[in-house]
Design a protein around this ligand. Structure first.
Ligand code: FES
Length: 575
């Protein structure tokens, strides 16, 4: 049994007064006998199950396996819900609510008699939201990802979440497939529990959980419906009780070394650009210095090893069968690209967890010597169009566009884009640079995943599938193309993006890490003098709070007053 003085829950359950009566009695009505309050660790199971978050629809089952694990180890499990963020349902974008959900998680953990917590996370934003919230409390914590769906199969071919949704919607727009074929693909693509099975944001963040050491080994790739996902959950339930007894808190796991490992793993898997904004936000919560430039310099020279959509051919089920993330971590560590001594939640170092990983399918997970794509880190661009930075994922881009100067075709909003993009009279060709404004944190609001703008049908019909696109938006991790994202400051905050006009020349030079608008400063000053900020999207409620306090993308798009942590001190009594 643990030292009872170290357990937060003793402030509730060890009392022999009126309040102790309250705290115990209302749990006894659920069938918990007196001996459950004897000083055993109380473990929260933080559940993002929701029918409105289809990717997390199996979490009640996972929670039961965690519960059994906690009981196995002599802990006292108590499951609780937090705000769930369904990527496919929430409007205007789930990202608007990531910070709100993180507040729910933080306050729920701190205000309750919890000594440790297991976070159940799946769909894109639930992972960063839960880790950000838990980081601001900093008690013993294990993250469990829900696991990817089985591979989509349509007309005998593998199809991937998002990636093929995008390509098929382009095919529908250009008349290459019928509406019936489009409908038919919907049920074929998502045919099991789990999150998107491409290396989109959910899979990327599941890999980040494992690379950070916050998840158990193997967390990232086990399919949602594979029995080994349940075994992992039970092991995690057992382990969190031990972590409480050993007093291993999240800040001992989420260290600077762990974040550096995660950034390199992101390059090694060809991970989502969304990881940039989420990891910066998570690091700033736990007190680790991490910025945009870390992404650029740490990712340089790191090759993508995994041939997986959106950049490649395979899906997460294939990745799992090939050996999963442990193989990637082992390969990178053998190149000196991983801090081998970074500690993980199972009590072993990341190297001890992965040094014996075996690759069963080298066509899916390549070796570092024969990578799938060379030098796949995320590049950070700067210049007069992005003074505080913008990012691009070169491994998802077209090589011939990585250095290019083109004429800007400007869309003042996403509505403007939708209104004009299908117009055959739109003055655009494939050498142009598409510019989309007012889609950043304040502008949308919530920084929507609209940065990979659809191409004009008249260009698609000619077989051209990529153009340079620049915005202050994000991009789905399942998307691809030569897409410059997260331009900061955003247009709605008065960034130079707001000043771009049709016909301006823009140069993208990824090798030089440069994004330049060929307009002289006098003209930019003239444009700024007449620029009007957009009207705020809300005058009340959470959205107003968000608009008043959200930080720019390069700072993680967190709310300014949420950066940092308030710790795990037990709040004062409620009577
Ligand atoms: Fe949930 Fe893609 S929609 S992970």
């Amino acid at each position: 049994m643990s030292d009872k003085k170290t357990l937060r829950s003793r402030a509730w359950f060890a009392r022999q007064d009126k309040m102790g009566f309250y705290y115990r009695s209302w749990l006894k009505n659920r069938g918990f006998p007196q001996d459950q309050f004897d000083g055993r660790p109380v473990i929260g199971i933080c559940n993002t199950w929701s029918e409105l978050t289809p990717c997390n629809s199996h979490f009640r089952t996972i929670a039961e396996h965690v519960r059994w694990g906690i009981l196995d180890a002599g802990g006292f499990p108590l499951e609780f819900p937090v705000m769930s963020l369904g990527e496919t349902m929430l409007r205007p974008t789930a990202m608007l609510y990531r910070n709100l959900a993180s507040m729910d998680v933080e306050e729920s953990i701190r205000a309750n008699p919890l000594d440790g917590v297991v976070l159940l996370m799946g769909c894109d934003k639930t992972t960063p939201a839960l880790l950000m919230g838990a980081a601001s409390v900093d008690i013993p914590t294990i993250g469990i990802s829900g696991g990817p769906m089985l591979r989509g199969i349509h007309c005998g071919k593998a199809i991937g979440s998002g990636t093929n949704t995008i390509s098929m919607s382009e095919q529908l727009r250009s008349g290459q497939i019928t509406l019936e074929e489009f409908y038919d693909a919907e049920a074929s693509m998502h045919r099991s529990h789990g999150h998107c099975m491409t290396m989109g944001t959910a899979s990327t963040m599941a890999c980040m959980v494992e690379a950070l050491g916050v998840g158990m080994p193997g967390n990232a790739a086990i399919p949602a419906v594979d029995a080994r996902r349940n075994l992992l959950a039970r092991e995690a339930g057992r382990r969190i009780v031990e972590m409480v007894k050993q007093d291993i808190v999240l800040s001992q796991i989420m260290t600077r070394k762990a974040f550096e490992n995660a950034i390199r793993v992101n390059a090694g898997i060809g991970g989502s650009t969304n990881a940039v904004v989420h990891l910066i936000a998570m690091a700033r919560r736990i007190g680790v210095e991490l910025n945009l430039d870390d992404w650029d310099h740490l990712g340089r020279g790191v090759h993508c090893l995994v041939d997986i959509m959106p950049s490649g051919r395979f899906l997460m089920e294939d990745f799992f069968e090939a050996g999963g993330l442990p193989v990637v971590i082992r390969e990178l560590a053998q190149q000196g690209l991983i801090h081998k001594d970074a500690m993980t939640v199972n009590g072993r170092t990341i190297w001890e967890n992965n040094e014996e990983a075996l690759c069963w399918k080298p066509e899916v997970i390549h070796s570092f010597e024969d990578p799938f794509k060379a030098d796949a880190g995320i590049s950070v661009l700067r210049g007069n169009l992005a003074p505080d930075g913008a990012i691009i994922k070169p491994s998802a881009a077209s090589p011939h566009l990585l250095k290019h100067t083109g004429r800007a075709v400007v869309f003042e909003s996403i509505e403007d884009l939708h209104a004009r993009i299908n117009d055959d009279d739109l003055d655009i060709d494939e050498t142009c640079v598409m510019v989309l404004k007012y889609c950043g944190p304040k502008g949308y609001p919530g920084m929507a995943e609209v940065g990979n703008m659809p191409l004009p049908p008249k260009i698609l019909k000619r077989g051209i599938t990529d153009m340079i696109r620049i915005s202050d938006a994000r991009m789905s991790g399942t998307a691809y193309g030569t897409v410059v994202l997260h331009t900061a400051p955003e247009a709605a905050a008065g960034g130079p993006l707001a000043l771009v006009q049709n016909g301006d020349l823009i140069t993208l030079d990824v090798e030089a890490r440069s994004l330049h608008l060929h307009v002289d400063q006098v003209e930019l000053d003239r444009r700024r003098a007449v620029w009007q900020p957009p009207k705020p999207h809300a005058e009340r409620g959470y959205v107003k709070l968000y608009l008043d306090h959200v930080l720019q993308a390069n700072e993680g798009a967190d709310l300014d007053f949420l950066v940092g942590k308030s710790g795990a001190a037990v709040p004062r009594d409620n009577h």
